[in-house]
Ligand binder design. Structure first.
Ligand code: NG6
Ligand code: CA
Length: 511
């Protein structure tokens, strides 16, 4: 009986299988690889030759490379704030580079990019650098941490609280410092020493990596940091292992997801410490490139990306996973440690053909690598000149998952799904860029507002873009921003200034 039923159905099943499958309808998994301080020109696929990045280049090769992709700001905290909230950070006080003991900058009642994906049925995790504050002030690191990623739409978190160069040098998993020992409580201060532990200033002979500017307080793992900490000896990270630790934790999230939550899609925000200072590669990457530590940690980063791609592949997740790789701000060579990044840079152009770098109002401040691979929907081997900002991920991912954006949420975020999928070549109509001054981009034009302050940040040796008067550049004719046309193009100046003023006074609400 059983056999004959099967025999009847078999031809019908074969017939059904012979029809092409409908386009993939399941929402994709999303892996957002958020690199720290990676410049536009730091990758093989954007012109670098002194360091090989085959795994990252593969994302571009199998997907789309955006040539006009931006972080919202030229430093980390405001970029991350904008990425998660879809709101320009300059609209809010307290969103500048956060100290290591900052309270949570995004209040828990806000709907973030991660909340939207959670509502769309995703399981979400952040692994890596956070730098958006924790707790509600006067944080006691020895107790459960209220207010953090778990309150902002993440189901799991394993983070570096602030930056690699700021105390406390510990990982936080969920609401707890990893490896916390009640017998050796952690104390943190940014105003003065908390005990008589040696510092970079008092005991330079103890350092394996010397500081250059700032970074002369508590020594952890032979490297002095910004800020003072005591205790938590067992919990302190080892910089050389950090890339491995974070990558393994990200892989664990994917693997556990596959085994326990496979009916849901996932969102992984993999926020690397590399290539920020202190640049301390694992010994297997040390000396890999001619560029010194900075090149070596780019090679290390590439390896980490390769590991994640391999994990996706191993679980047959490649086809319906959207992998995005981008950076929180432009590049810097000497950012406070004597790691020879500047001395050994040679002909390498971290910012590609763009002017400035991290902290700068010139293009290299925010124009960063932006690569997107989603084999099911994004055509391979494509490039796009669409103007794209990370602030747009919120509305774009909402559109992608069919989730609505609550009133007042993500006021500056635009749905750029058509641009992401290669169906629209233009992207945003305009973009405000944040550094020392605000700039506005529209069409071929860029206006940088008048700003006080030095033209060159001597500590990091980067042109700030600050000038006492307004600047105007034609980025099509002059991508390197060498000819200020403000005096000869007064109509353009007036139009852009008016648009910037309008945006400043309201939100970018015509999405
Ligand atoms: C600066 C630090 C710099 C880096 C930066 C934050 C000094 C002198 N400089 O204040 O080293 O940590 O903050 O970088 O302390 S970011 O990528 O997280 O924005
Ligand atoms: Ca950064």
């Amino acid at each position: 009986m059983e056999f004959s039923t099967c025999a009847v159905w078999r031809p019908l099943i074969a017939l059904l299988l012979s029809f092409p499958l409908p386009a993939v309808a399941a929402p994709p998994n999303i892996v957002l690889i958020y690199v720290d301080d990676l410049g536009y020109g730091d990758l093989g696929c954007t012109g670098a030759t002194a360091v090989a990045t085959p795994h990252i280049d593969r994302i571009a090769e199998e997907g789309c490379r955006f040539t006009d992709g931006h972080s919202a700001a030229a430093t980390c905290t405001p970029s991350r704030y904008s990425l998660l909230t879809g709101e320009y950070a300059w609209r809010r006080k307290g969103t500048g580079i956060a100290p290591g003991d900052a309270a949570a900058i995004i209040s828990p009642d806000r709907v973030t990019l991660a909340t939207i994906l959670q509502r769309a049925g995703y399981r979400s995790a952040v692994v890596g650098k956070w730098h958006l504050g924790l707790g509600s002030g006067e944080l006691d690191w020895n107790r459960p941490i209220t207010r953090g990623p778990l309150d902002l739409g993440f189901d799991e978190s394993f983070i570096i609280p602030a930056t690699g160069d700021r105390v406390p040098c510990v990982y936080v998993e969920g609401r707890q410092v990893v490896g916390l020992d009640p017998q050796d409580p952690i104390q943190v201060s940014f105003s003065g020493p908390v005990d008589d532990e040696p510092t970079g200033q008092s005991n330079p002979e103890l350092l394996k990596l010397k500081w250059d500017h700032g970074h002369n307080a508590t020594i952890v793992n032979g490297i002095s940091r910004i800020g003072f900490m005591s205790g938590g000896q067992r919990a302190r990270w080892v910089d050389e292992d950090m890339a491995d630790v974070l990558t393994a934790r990200a892989q664990k999230f994917i693997e556990q997801h596959v085994s326990s939550h496979h009916q849901q899609p996932f969102f992984l925000f993999f926020s690397t410490h590399d290539v920020h200072v202190p640049r301390v590669p694992h010994p297997r990457f040390a000396g890999r490139t001619s560029l010194g530590a900075r090149g070596d940690v780019i090679a290390q980063l590439d390896w980490c990306v390769g590991q994640l791609l391999a994990t996706l592949e191993q679980h047959r997740l490649t086809r319906n996973t959207l992998v995005i790789l981008t950076s929180d701000n432009g590049p810097v060579l000497n950012d406070g440690y004597q790691d020879e990044a500047a001395e050994r840079n040679g002909e390498h152009r971290p910012a590609g053909r763009y002017r400035g770098g991290k902290y700068s109002s010139f293009e290299a401040g925010t124009r960063v690598p932006l690569l997107a691979r989603w084999p099911a929907r994004i055509p391979a081997r494509t490039t796009s000149d669409a103007l794209f900002c990370q602030i747009d991920f919120l509305a774009t991912f909402a559109a992608l998952t069919g989730e609505s954006i609550p009133e007042g949420c993500g006021p500056d975020s635009r749905n750029l799904l058509p641009a992401l999928l290669g169906e629209d070549r233009n992207g945003r109509e305009h973009l405000v860029q944040q550094a020392g001054a605000l700039s506005i981009r529209k069409g071929r034009w860029k206006l940088i507002e008048a700003a006080r302050g030095p033209a060159v940040n001597r500590q990091v040796n980067i042109e700030t873009g600050n000038l006492g008067e307004v600047q105007l550049y034609d980025l099509t004719a002059d991508p390197g921003e060498t000819r200020n046309l403000a005096a000869t193009e007064p109509t353009q100046v007036a139009e852009l200034q008016q648009l910037l003023d309008q945006l400043r006074n309201g939100s970018d609400n015509d999405r």
